[in-house]
Write a protein that binds this ligand. Structure first.
Ligand code: PMP
Length: 1000
């Protein structure tokens, strides 16, 4: 019945097309290209005015009513939703939408369509969640509009119509030669008939496009560089069928097979579809089976085609892809897929979840304890719990974790919570989020304690460490429970009845690989999805999906003090932030915030227990939460903390230690609390010493948040409104940037040439009858993107400034303390000695500690005119923190690590430039680097939106990095100095993959 109709393709030559385009439409074609088509002819044509069209010659075998249906439907869609990316049908000179063109003795229907930009999805790259959502949105708009479209034309009998899908599969099944594949197709068919069959009569029907495959949807890059749907073509398969067909085809044929995470992409598409055209519960219940049967139809049709054309390599190729798609689908549990689709539509994950809860609440008599005695404290195993310290949760040492948890128990007893994201399952340098979310309740008890079934049921599956039970109460829904952590007793085969309170095993001795002490695990499930995994990934909708599928086990156990772990989504926390914290206060990832609750060494850990490699924290200089620093602060905080007007020896110990690290004559230290305060004071010192007001700064830099330092901050990122404003006493020198500036990489004179810009500023100040007070810069331009200065730049500048009577200030707030590797201070890389050095960020490893170091002469000149007092600057706790940081640096050889790993990292990043034209430059020294991203290396057009998208993407792959610079297009890299080569490899691999994906 469905064998392909033998229709002869029209055979219009380019000359024919030119002639008819002129006769019918008055077009003089300048370009003409034939596109592929099975049974018709399509030409891309361009007229003399440069406008592009599709000139189509339809097969005369098609019923006119079918062509008219397409024309009417397209007209309806275009009128009802002018933004919908579909081609417009253009009428002929005589007003006909489908005139005829004669060839030999046949009259062919001809149509002219407006040309849609983009390329078919099949020739594009991967489908991101954002693109998947766009597909869903377009399909939803089509469904909404076609639901109200009517046409009298007779119905077509299409093999792609879901109404006939089982029939098609059965008819073509004999063409599927391979037994494995046949079994998979049959599984899809039977699943569809058993699960979707009963609901088919209640599904909505309407006309559908019905063919939103990767060959019929065009995609193109939108303004910000991201892919978006740019066209829907080929209305040739339009028919009346289930409304759901549109979404099913988009998911099965376009979205899922091209996405890194098929189910997450499907969820994004479903969510967008539902927003445009709400799905019914029945449609959500059958959607998964629609996907499977669609693949079964596609695969059997391809096998049938291969039986006619065994050498058709193209069909073979798509068959392999489609087969993989069907496998992916069959590997999913239908109830899991349904839960994902339902949650995407803001529905409870399982239709019966509420009924299970109601039944359990109404039947306390049916519930028995899990253990004879359950109790002890309810533990907190989240990342925020206080008993985690100094990495005692790290998964490579399960015995250490077990001991840490055992220490929280009372006589081996205690309770582990449901709905808790557990830190002990975190993974370092992992691109995928770890399975941290616990779906059961753990009842900790000594090994050997007997375990009883809390509910009557039958054995649904026997598992390595317990049982899956099915419960089918006469007056309630079917549901499941899983008992784990057990040494099960023999004699409980599948389908054996188990009574409530029956002993089913004993608490097992934990294996050496188990991070948990002896315990029994109890879990509920509305459906037996994957035998009820004990923990899953919490990211995206994982939490809502799985907590919805697996209700709170305490509905059965009724243990006091065991409320589910409270959870607030990061987005909700961010919303709360905006209520009391001003929006002007900078905030990372405000579009998709990340809620960090713990830091350890070079990692940040979020509330879901996910570890991110922290590539931007030069504050946590010696590593997050360093025990030596924490202990020093804690010790001193308990003993004494006061303002700095008293005499205590840590201040001198610290100042002596700091000055010993600096060259002569930098011997006097003012302690302050922040980099801004340090720079503010440095300005005062310079002005007091020189008696002048004018300051020269480098374009694009940032020096602080006080009134005075904000005025000398010329970064557009931090000072967007006034950074480049013309100020009487502030003078901008050109940024000595060898990629973007006037003098480029390879120019040996660049340092001197850029220094001339400072001389020009001096000349300008002189022309106004004044002299410079100070030249202010970082010796590695941190705020601008980690830009290292050209050789000879600072020596020339310092010479000029001093000759004019000014002082030279080096802002080492970001770049000091060994970060640049080869030197302790960044200015040493230029071979200069400043008159004033300002220090901050890394000094206290997060504790506010900052300082200004200067010469005795400058300090005395200041003392003659002013006093200085700073309540918190240099307080006893601050000094202990600062001393502890220096001790750790020395003990752990962190400057040497910055040099060694920094070189390796920079070489790896630089090597990526050969493969990725988006990387225009890699800047920096040691572990302070910048990766400059552009749209075009020759024009240097900054890839601003792309850089932010890349940072967001890398965050989903377990990396924290952020754009900086005047154009927000330089990824700054300034990790804690404990960063390793393996960390660098992880970053490079992920960046490589992300750039490859973005370029596709
Ligand atoms: N100088 C530089 C170079 C900085 O990058 C910063 C902060 N980003 C500051 C000074 C100001 O330091 P703080 O935020 O501690 O006031």
């Amino acid at each position: 019945m469905f064998a392909t109709q033998a229709l002869r393709r029209p055979t219009f030559t380019p000359a024919d097309v030119r002639q008819w385009a002129s006769t019918l439409y008055g077009l003089a074609l300048t370009e003409l290209e034939e596109l592929s088509s099975f049974q018709d002819q399509n030409f891309k044509v361009v007229d003399a005015a440069g406008a592009a069209y599709i000139f189509r010659v339809d097969n005369p075998g098609w019923p006119v009513s079918a062509l008219d249906l397409q024309n009417q439907a397209m007209a309806h869609l275009a009128a009802a939703d002018p933004g919908l990316p579909i081609a417009r049908l253009i009428a002929s000179r005589t007003g006909a939408v489908m005139p005829r063109a004669a060839q030999a003795d046949t009259a062919y229907p001809v149509r002219l369509f407006s040309f849609l930009p983009g390329r078919i999805l099949a020739r594009a790259g991967a489908v991101s969640p954002a693109l998947a959502a766009d597909f869903g949105r377009i399909a939803g708009r089509l469904s909404r509009l076609l639901a109200e479209f009517a046409h009298p034309g007779t119905e077509r009998h299409s093999q792609w119509d879901f109404k006939y899908a089982p029939q098609v599969v059965r008819e073509f099944l004999p063409f599927v030669a391979e037994a494995d594949l046949r079994a998979e197709v049959e599984a899809a068919l039977h699943g569809f008939e058993a699960a979707a069959g009963p609901l088919l009569p209640v599904l909505r029907q309407s006309f559908v496009h019905g063919d939103l495959t990767a060959y019929n949807v065009l995609v193109d890059r939108a303004a910000g560089g991201e892919w978006a749907v740019s066209g829907v073509v080929d209305f040739g398969d339009m028919t009346r069928s289930y409304n759901l067909s549109e979404l099913a085809v988009v998911l099965a044929e376009s979205v899922m097979g091209r996405a890194a995470d098929p189910l997450a992409a499907a969820a994004a598409a479903v969510r967008a579809y539902h927003t445009a055209y709400p799905l019914t519960e029945a449609e959500l219940a059958v959607l998964y089976h629609f996907l499977c049967i669609r693949m079964a139809v596609t695969i059997t049709s391809e096998c049938q085609q291969l039986s006619l054309e065994p050498d058709n390599a193209y069909v073979r190729e798509v068959l392999a892809l489609d087969r993989r798609m069907l496998r992916t689908l069959l590997a999913l549990h239908p109830d899991h897929a349904q839960a994902v689709f339902r949650v995407a539509c803001d529905l409870p994950a399982h239709p019966q979840a509420a009924a299970v809860g109601r039944w359990l609440a109404a039947h306390p008599e049916a519930c028995r304890p899990l253990l004879p005695e359950a109790g002890g404290p309810a533990l907190d195993l989240t990342a925020a719990a206080d008993h985690w310290e100094a990495g005692n949760w790290l998964p490579d040492q399960p015995a250490r974790i077990r001991a840490a948890i055992a220490a929280q128990l009372q006589a081996g007893r205690g309770l582990g919570r449901y709905g808790e994201a557990r830190l002990l399952h975190t993974q370092a340098d992992a691109a995928d989020s770890p399975a941290t979310l616990h779906l059961g309740v753990d009842v900790f008890a000594p090994a050997g304690t007997p375990v009883t079934a809390p509910l009557a049921g039958v054995v649904a599956a026997s598992l390595p460490d317990g049982l899956l039970l099915r419960h089918a109460p006469a007056d309630g829904p079917v549901f499941f429970s899983r008992l784990g952590g057990l040494a099960p007793v023999a004699g409980l085969p599948p389908e054996a009845a188990v009574a409530a309170g029956q002993v089913v095993g004993a608490v097992a001795e934990p294996g050496s690989a188990s991070p948990l002490p002896a315990h029994a695990h109890f879990q509920l499930g509305c459906a037996p999805v994957d035998n009820l995994p004990g923990r899953v990934r919490a990211e995206a909708d994982g939490r809502a999906v799985w907590l919805g599928l697996c209700p709170d086990p305490n509905l059965v156990l009724r243990l006091p003090g065991l409320a589910p772990t409270p959870h607030t989504a990061a987005a909700a926390v961010a919303e709360r932030r905006f209520r009391t914290i001003p929006r002007s206060q900078e905030f990372y990832f405000d579009q998709a915030p990340v809620q960090i609750v713990r830091g350890w060494r070079q990692y940040l850990i979020d509330a879901e227990g996910r570890s991110y490699l922290d590539c931007i924290n030069n504050v946590a200089h010696v590593g997050h939460s360093h025990p030596h620093v924490a202990a020093a602060v804690h010790r001193q905080m308990r003993r004494l903390n006061t303002n700095s007007r008293f005499l205590y020896d840590s201040m001198m110990r610290y100042s002596e230690r700091l000055t010993a690290l600096l060259p002569e004559p930098l011997r006097v230290v003012f302690f302050v609390c922040s980099g801004s305060e340090a720079n503010d004071l440095a300005l005062r010192l310079a002005r007091a010493y020189t008696g002048q007001q004018d300051v020269i700064v480098i374009d694009g830099e940032y020096h602080g948040n006080t009134t005075a330092t904000y005025e000398i901050s010329t970064s557009l990122l931090d000072n967007p409104a006034e950074g480049k404003a013309n100020r009487e006493h502030i003078h901008l020198a050109a940024q000595p940037n060898l990629f973007r500036g006037r003098y480029r990489f390879g120019d040996p004179e660049a340092g001197a040439k850029y220094a001339a810009s400072v001389q020009a500023a001096i000349d300008d100040i002189r022309a106004r009858g004044r002299a410079p007070a100070a030249f202010f810069t970082e010796a590695l331009l941190g705020s601008s993107g980690g830009i290292d200065l050209p050789a000879g730049y600072l020596p020339a500048v310092y010479g000029a400034v001093r000759a004019a009577g000014g002082v030279c200030i080096s802002d080492e707030v970001q770049v000091g303390f060994g970060r640049v590797g080869a030197h302790f201070w960044a200015f040493q890389a230029q071979g200069v000695v400043p008159d004033i050095v300002t220090l901050g960020k890394p000094m206290g490893n997060g504790h506010p500690v900052s300082a200004v170091v200067t010469t005795p002469a400058i300090a005395e000149a200041f003392a003659a005119k002013a006093t200085y007092f700073n309540t918190f600057g240099g307080n006893p706790v601050a000094c202990e923190a600062g001393l502890a940081v220096l001790e750790v640096m020395e003990a752990e050889g962190l400057q040497a690590n910055a040099l060694e790993v920094g070189r390796y990292f920079k070489a790896g990043l630089t090597a990526l430039m050969a493969r990725h034209p988006a990387i225009a430059a890699v800047y920096g020294l040691g572990l302070y680097m910048g990766v400059e991203l552009v749209r075009d290396r020759t024009t240097s057009e900054p890839a601003t939106a792309e850089a932010m998208r890349l940072a967001q993407h890398l965050k989903t792959r377990g990396l924290i990095v952020y754009p900086t610079g005047d154009y927000y297009n330089i990824l700054k890299l300034k990790p804690p100095l404990v960063f390793t080569r393996a960390n660098a490899d992880f970053f490079i691999d992920q960046l490589d993959a992300a750039l490859t994906e973005a370029a596709e």
